[in-house]
Design a protein around this ligand. Structure first.
Ligand code: FAD
Ligand code: SF4
Length: 549
């Protein structure tokens, strides 16, 4: 089709930002605060800002305090301060609370706030627009534009392309958004960020990136079950000692509870289903009571980066930089990345504004890359750098104890372990099915536990059906001989939206991709044992439409 297409219209900006999450919006706001004359555009693949944001979220306000110091005196969606902070180990029927005094001080949630991060982004977008930032929701950046080896902006995807690749009646060519500098704020496993990391070798000399899959439901609970400001985390049941992950439960706003489960994607058993583990977790005797008499309002899933300090790639390349979770700035034991997303957006903006003021363009902002390790983000991530590797190497029980000890000693300025590496990529940790036991999960009861399809319904996910499948399987034969025959089709279990199915027909198995259900979590792009699946952005505006998530 490309030969017959009309050429794309182009628009010129000083800075293009890809992604309206906390990182992208903070960068846009900061640029305008520093120099109102800088032209800034933000493109967002969700139908509106916040539609694709899925987070816990307990936020550390350090980033907001610096970006918008007046925020505490304004009407914002940040209403619930943390009042009670609890950490539990769960056995099948027991729950043991760990005394707060045992926890390293950096794990304390005192002074933090419980929010819907999507709503915080909606509010940040109004702040950005008031400063003159142009925001284009419903447009996915699908292609990186380059000139003489440097990034020169992005192109949004063509709209109105039919399943077979031909133009539909409503066909519209994508736009070229050209810029002196382009900031990539796509969040964890950004599709363009991934290609930039490969093209410019940004991960050379770094530890590989690790991921977890976070699943979340939003509930309205009965008033007598609501404990405003309660933040509760757990590890242990329903996972075994060699499978990493844990839960969160946050009470906020008006009788709302965010409940979620993060499962580390280095798990080994291909029969494991993160979705079913999450459902099972809610049935624990110490947990289920919270939801009695309540109503489930929403559901979603998204990967979270877990590689930490040692996995952060080089951030800058000619013409642009990575910010936020596209760079992997999550503090894993705290399950917090939004503060560093804001701080990294601001840091990149400071260095880009300086370069623009010197008349520079499309060169490398090396000073941004040099600055982060010595600053707030580097200090935050350095102290917790061994928590994830220790958990992976020693299992949950010993790993959490050793990780806790390491965080304590790091608080005092030293570590017994140096800086540990991460081992294998998450795509290589599955064992062949023949070496593993199938897992029998209980049937959902429709009150506390649910199936995948009724859950996806609550994510308001929608894609234009007549468009090319945005989940690219490189080699279908390999999917059959390896993913199905060796690993027993784990995609049917790890996908939290029921996109993948192996259908048995006349003695043969057929791989079915229900792409319209995809909630853009990116797990398949990470966990497929042959790295045979690539997630690319579908038509802009498609995907989940999360509210209050
Ligand atoms: C289950 C879970 C719980 C979490 N809990 C917490 C918590 O309690 N506290 C905390 O601080 N952090 C938490 N985090 C981490 C936090 O959500 C992230 O660190 C933070 O959202 C990262 O911000 P970001 O702006 O880098 O990316 P994101 O918030 O992921 O935003 C990226 C945006 O870019 C858009 N985008 C992506 N690609 C494109 C493209 N090609 N074109 C156009 N738009 C694009 C996306 O649609 C999205 O809107 C949690 C994460 C998960 C998954
Ligand atoms: S298809 Fe992939 S990205 Fe989409 S929901 Fe399933 S695992 Fe996530």
């Amino acid at each position: 089709m490309a030969d017959e297409l009309p050429s794309r219209e182009a628009m010129e900006f000083d800075v293009v930002v890809v992604g309206a999450g906390p990182a992208g919006l903070a960068a846009a706001i900061r640029l305008k605060q520093l120099s109102p004359g800088i032209s800034v555009v933000v493109v967002e693949k969700g139908a509106e800002v916040g539609a694709h944001i899925l987070s816990g979220a307990v936020i550390d306000p350090v980033g907001l305090d610096r970006l918008l110091p007046e925020w505490r005196t304004e009407d914002t969606p940040i209403k619930t301060a943390v009042a009670d902070d609890r950490f539990y180990w769960l056995g099948q029927s027991a729950a043991v609370r760990l005394p707060n005094i045992m926890m390293p001080p950096l794990m304390s949630n005192h002074g933090n706030f419980i929010v819907s991060l999507g709503n915080v982004c909606r509010w940040l977008a109004t702040k950005a627009e008031a400063l003159g930032v142009e925001i284009y929701p419903g447009f996915a950046a699908a292609e990186v534009l380059t000139e003489n080896g440097a990034v020169a902006g992005v192109a949004t995807g063509d709209m109105g392309v039919a399943k077979d690749g031909s133009p539909r009646g409503d066909f519209t060519r994508g736009m070229e958004l050209r810029a002196k500098y382009t900031l990539f704020a796509e969040g964890a496993r950004g599709s363009l960020s991934k290609t930039l990391i490969a093209r410019y070798g940004l991960d050379q000399g770094r530890q590989l990136q690790k991921f977890g899959l976070g699943l979340k439901e939003l509930w309205q609970v009965a008033p007598d079950r609501y404990k405003p400001g309660l933040v509760q985390h757990s590890f242990g049941w329903p996972l075994d000692n060699s499978t990493g992950g844990g839960s969160f439960l946050y009470h906020f706003d008006d009788n709302l509870v965010s409940v979620g489960f993060v499962l580390h994607l280095n798990y080994a058993n291909p029969y494991l289903s993160p979705f079913e583990e999450f459902q099972r977790f809610k049935t624990h005797p110490s947990i289920r009571g919270t939801f009695e008499g309540g109503k489930r309002l929403s559901y979603g899933a998204r990967v979270i980066t877990e590689g930490g300090y040692q996995s952060v790639p080089k951030l800058s390349f000619p013409g642009g930089a990575l910010i936020g979770c596209a760079a992997g700035f999550v503090n894993v034991p705290r399950i917090k990345g939004s503060h560093n997303a804001i701080l990294s957006g601001m840091l990149a903006a400071d260095h880009v504004a300086e370069a623009l003021s010197e008349g520079r363009s499309n060169d490398e902002i090396a000073s941004y890359d040099e600055a982060w390790r010595e600053g707030d983000i580097g200090r935050d991530l350095y102290r917790v750098r061994n928590a994830k590797p220790l958990w992976s190497k020693l299992g949950t029980f010993l790993g959490i104890a050793a990780g806790g000890l390491d965080m304590w000693t790091n608080t005092l300025g030293f570590s017994l372990f140096g800086t540990l590496g991460h081992g294998k990529p998450d795509s290589q940790t599955l064992k062949p099915a023949i070496e593993c036991q199938p897992v029998a999960y209980p049937k959902p009861d429709g009150k506390l536990t649910f199936d995948r399809l009724s859950s996806v319904f609550l994510s308001n996910t929608n894609h234009e059906e007549d468009q090319p499948v945005h989940l690219h399987v490189a080699d279908m034969a390999l999917q059959q001989t390896s993913e199905h025959d060796v690993y027993a089709g784990p995609s049917a279990r790890y996908c939290p939206a029921g996109v993948y199915e192996w259908v048995e027909e006349a003695g043969k198995s057929r791989f079915v991709i229900n792409a319209q259900n995809c909630v853009h979590c990116k797990t398949c792009d990470i966990k497929d044992p042959n790295r045979n699946i690539t997630w690319v952005p579908p038509e802009g505006g498609g995907g989940p439409k999360y509210s209050n998530m």
